[in-house]
Design a protein around this ligand. Structure first.
Ligand SMILES: Cc1cc2nc3c(=O)[nH]c(=O)nc-3n(C[C@H](O)[C@H](O)[C@H](O)COP(=O)(O)OP(=O)(O)OC[C@H]3O[C@@H](n4cnc5c(N)ncnc54)[C@H](O)[C@@H]3O)c2cc1C
Length: 289
């Protein structure tokens, strides 16, 4: 592994300055569960690693009337052990609680999961389904990017070298809404998804009709995918097998998988259809309380 300086700044401005100084030879470090594996494999040659865990705003987690704010360095266990998040954002808990095992979840966070930009990232589909936004700071100021636009390819994101993800902002779900996420893996734990689906549904006050829905897919394309036509197809439809099956078929159409050692194109597309139906039904159950 190439030797690098370890820098642990206390402010976003200091972190951005170090990133700007080193260009593509520096990277932020959150939990390190992806970064250290890649550094050891010489994926990058780094001169500096910028630990974000001393920056208070990147370690803050809050739930309030506006929504959920997840600091970019907050580890997964703090997210899924939070009772307000469990009650209001079960889809995010579904994702955060299956990233690796307990040791990984004690270090790794949703911020690192997002910035690592794996097509199979378990934290990203629910963030897309909830309509979350990434807050970014850099030398040229601050900006916000919708989560579905954040990854631009495998391990590639919209971030410039001098930019830092500071937090993920998730809007407060309205009454009569629910969400769920699951993945298909050949074993019961600690594996990479063959296909995965996150769904968010907004029902009307009767609980019998969809007002809107958002469906996101993972492991079936170069980035996590917002299956927009599938979610939009449910607006105004009754909650029944016909509308859910039609949305699941559209989600299958939105998947662009490859065949590799984990699964074939056909298997993955079939899985997307099956998992979309399951996640929509689970999200409806949660919306109905
Ligand atoms: C044993 C094991 C099992 C795993 N299982 C799973 C799994 O089941 N599902 C899954 O999705 N992943 C899994 N992973 C991958 C990894 O744990 C997750 O992607 C995790 O969420 C990464 O978070 P982190 O905080 O450790 O990120 P880090 O490793 O610290 O960072 C990841 C990347 O994001 C960048 N980065 C970090 N913070 C910022 C920031 N604030 N701004 C800009 N860039 C930043 C880093 O430079 C790096 O490129 C596993 C890893 C291991 C080692």
């Amino acid at each position: 592994m190439h030797p690098f300086a370890y820098v642990a700044p206390n402010t976003v401005a200091e972190a951005v300055a170090v990133l700007a100084e080193h260009g593509d030879r520096a990277r932020p470090l959150a939990g390190g569960t992806d970064l250290l594996v890649k550094a050891r494999a010489n994926v990058w040659e780094l001169d500096a690693v910028v630990d974000v865990k001393n920056i208070p705003e990147l370690m803050s987690l809050s739930v309030n009337g506006d929504g959920l704010s997840i600091g970019a360095g907050v580890p997964c266990y703090q997210v899924y052990e939070n009772e307000e998040i469990q009650a209001q954002y079960p889809g995010i808990v579904d994702g955060a609680s299956i990233i690796g095992g307990i040791q990984v979840q004690s270090r790794a966070g949703l911020g690192g999961n997002l910035c690592n930009a794996a097509p199979s990232a378990d934290g990203i589909p629910s963030l897309i389904a909830y309509g979350a936004v990434a807050k970014i700071s850099g030398s040229n100021g601050n900006r916000e990017v919708a989560i579905e636009d954040f990854a631009t390819g495998p391990s590639r994101t919209v971030l410039d070298n001098d930019e830092l993800l500071t937090s993920i902002e998730v809007p407060k779900p309205a009454a009569n809404s629910g969400a769920a996420y699951t993945r298909f893996i050949p074993r019961n734990e600690m594996d990479i998804a063959v296909a995965a689906v996150g769904a968010f549904v907004q029902l009307d006050s009767s609980g019998q009709n969809f007002e809107s829905a958002r469906i996101a897919l993972a492991s079936v394309g170069p980035t996590p995918i917002l299956a927009k036509a599938a979610g939009d197809s449910l607006a105004g439809k009754p909650v029944n097998d016909e509308s859910i099956d039609a949305a699941a078929a559209l989600a299958k159409d939105a998947a662009t998988p490859i065949t590799d050692m984990r699964g074939t194109v056909d298997q993955r597309k079939h899985l997307v259809e099956v998992l979309t139906g399951r996640m929509l039904r689970q999200a409806v159950e949660r919306a109905r309380g």
